[in-house]
Design a protein around this ligand. Structure first.
Ligand SMILES: Nc1ncnc2c1ncn2[C@@H]1O[C@H](COP(=O)(O)OP(=O)(O)O)[C@@H](O)[C@H]1O
Ligand SMILES: [Mg+2]
Length: 259
């Protein structure tokens, strides 16, 4: 078995992905020779030259950016030299392809939300690589109250824009794995796999609850930026839910002391 430090990173050409343990990352959780070959060909068509194994999570003892129910996310190097994020569909995912996620992400991109979508195929989705930390880790390390306020405001604004176009993210009430904050404080909402354009939207209400009402995150935020009146916030969110107007959104921001 390979032994690696978490800071370690290495680059593997796509032709070599058929070898252990990379085949398991490409066809997680169960590699299959035919499927591995098919996927390598698919990557070639996408202009992917190599994969960069780095990140805080591990799959088959290989470092990756992330792992979810649908995909394994790694850094990919394109022929153009660009470094991008590649989401690899798990072979056990309950989705036959990445089309839905690509469509939802494209809609989010229209209002400046989410990593930029590059392309997608049946098994892969290529998008902008967001170098940063997941929100809970970022919050633990960050003490600058103004910066925290700025990030919260930007996140709530992104939610308002998603609400406006009728796109519901679907996983913002427990957003611990779905918000990445970059080093210079730009927040990104990620993972539009469970998003829908046919559902009543609840982006702002869900994320405001996760950040400012639910424990443990809300406690930490209140400690760092000051207490807010959660009763009044809940009331403002209730009004917003009835009518998702700019005016009601402003009231929510006020109650969060972000206006
Ligand atoms: N564009 C990206 N840039 C950097 N890291 C990402 C990106 N997309 C996803 N990740 C990382 O990979 C993890 C899993 O991705 P996600 O899209 O949530 O997969 P799943 O749909 O399987 O849950 C995320 O929690 C995040 O840590
Ligand atoms: Mg996810």
């Amino acid at each position: 078995m390979l032994q690696m430090k978490s800071s370690e990173k290495f680059i593997v050409k796509i032709e070599n992905l058929a070898e252990e343990p990379y085949d398991e990352v490409l066809c997680y959780p169960k590699p299959d020779e035919i499927e591995v070959k098919k996927r390598i060909a698919e990557l070639k068509e996408l202009g992917v030259e190599s994969l960069e194994f780095t990140g805080g999570k591990r799959v088959s003892n290989v470092p990756v950016l992330g792992k979810g129910c649908v995909g394994i996310v790694v850094v990919a190097h394109l022929k153009s030299g660009e470094r991008v994020a590649l989401k690899i569909r798990r072979v056990d995912a309950d989705r036959v392809n990445m089309k839905h996620e690509a469509e939802m992400l494209a809609k989010a991109n229209d209002v400046g939300v989410g990593p930029k979508l590059l392309t997608s195929t049946d098994n892969f989705l290529l998008m902008q690589y967001i170098e940063g930390e997941l929100f809970p880790e970022w919050l633990n390390k960050t003490e600058d109250a103004d910066l925290i306020r700025q990030v919260l405001r930007e996140l709530l604004e992104q939610c308002f824009r998603l609400d406006n176009i009728g796109l519901d993210h679907g996983e913002l009430s427990n957003a611990s794995k779905h918000l990445i904050i970059t080093e210079n404080g730009k927040p990104y909402i990620i993972d539009f796999e469970t998003a829908s354009a046919n559902r009543r939207t609840a982006n702002l209400t869900s994320l405001a609850q996760y950040l400012l009402i639910k424990k443990p995150i809300s406690n930490k935020i209140h400690e760092k930026i000051g207490k807010i009146d959660t009763k009044q916030l809940i009331e403002a969110l209730r009004e917003y839910k009835k009518e998702k107007s700019a005016e009601n959104f402003e009231k929510v921001l006020k109650m969060c002391k972000l206006a």
